[in-house]
Design a binder for this molecule. Structure first.
Ligand code: ATP
Ligand code: MG
Length: 261
């Protein structure tokens, strides 16, 4: 028998908190269709009736072969691509019926971290400005307390203070990804949507970034929807796993249930 995954011992209990608060994220019967590319191309049904939830402090991993619809699911959860049908409830609010200004008020709580560490940072923004940007955009930047908040975020993602004045090209991939995580955390998110957050990184720094995410989650109680090809990593960091194939979830359960030989 497999040794239990380190995460299974810590699985948060119950979909709902004792006070009846809803799950962080509740996705029901989600369908995403991409328009066909080219003149006679048919639309692609990328996500076909997918349902799952993520509880506070929990990591749900979405795994599955390339093209199975993981990124399409993530983009729909983030409302960066409108689903064709189905429901996405975040903190009890149905997102699919909100317009963009309404979504903007919820976006800080629902933050993405994408695969490409360099591509997700603006090449002209120094680290301190990259981290401050989300606060400025939300109108939450206070010139008195802001710099200390940036320093705190740098420390949280374990980046040395002198890196604050560097530009992205002066950072390693792992450092860039930490800046991306600090930016996401600046918004004080309740849920991180992580699409292959470490697969572009050198194997030697992957564990460091993933352990950082686990620690932050435990410290801050953030829920995570984690997309990854790396099953060893998923087994290490996730509480539950959903396996996608051709747009559907074909298997789901705790890490030990899904990875049982
Ligand atoms: N913008 C798009 N326009 C048309 N088709 C798309 C678009 N994005 C994705 N698709 C198609 O939708 C399906 C699901 O793609 P998706 O990117 O969600 O898969 P994935 O599971 O994330 O794959 P990977 O592991 O390779 O990242 C694929 O058939 C893909 O070709
Ligand atoms: Mg993808």
């Amino acid at each position: 028998m497999n040794a239990p995954s380190p995460r299974d011992k810590r699985t948060p209990e119950g979909t709902r908190a004792p006070d009846g608060r809803p799950a962080l994220l509740d996705v029901c019967d989600l369908t995403v269709r991409h328009p066909g590319r080219g003149r006679r191309a048919l639309p692609v049904l990328a996500v076909d009736g997918v349902s799952f939830d993520v509880r506070p402090g929990e990591t749900l991993a979405l795994v599955g072969e390339s093209g199975s619809g993981k990124t399409s699911t993530a983009m729909a959860v983030l409302m960066l691509r409108r689903p064709e049908s189905g429901s996405v409830r975040f903190l009890g609010t149905e997102l699919t019926t909100l317009d963009e200004p309404e979504l903007r008020t919820l976006r800080p709580a629902l933050q993405p971290v994408f695969q490409d560490p360099y591509g997700s940072l603006s090449p002209r923004l120094r680290v301190r400005d990259a981290i401050a940007e989300p606060l400025r955009v939300q109108g939450r930047w206070d010139p008195l307390t802001g710099p200390a908040r940036v320093a705190e975020l740098l420390e949280l993602v374990r980046l040395d203070a002198p890196l604050a004045s560097r530009l992205p090209y002066e950072l390693s991939g792992g450092q860039c990804q930490r800046v991306g995580i600090a930016r996401a955390l600046a918004c004080e998110p309740k849920l991180l949507v992580l699409d292959e957050p470490v697969s572009a990184l050198d194997p030697s720094v992957r564990a460091g970034v993933m352990n950082l995410l686990m620690d932050l989650q435990e410290g801050l109680g953030i829920g995570q929807l984690l997309i990854s090809h790396d099953l060893a990593l998923v087994r290490h960091v996730a509480h539950r796993v959903a396996v996608m194939r051709r747009g559907r979830i074909v298997e789901s359960g705790t890490v030990d249930e899904v990875f049982r030989p």
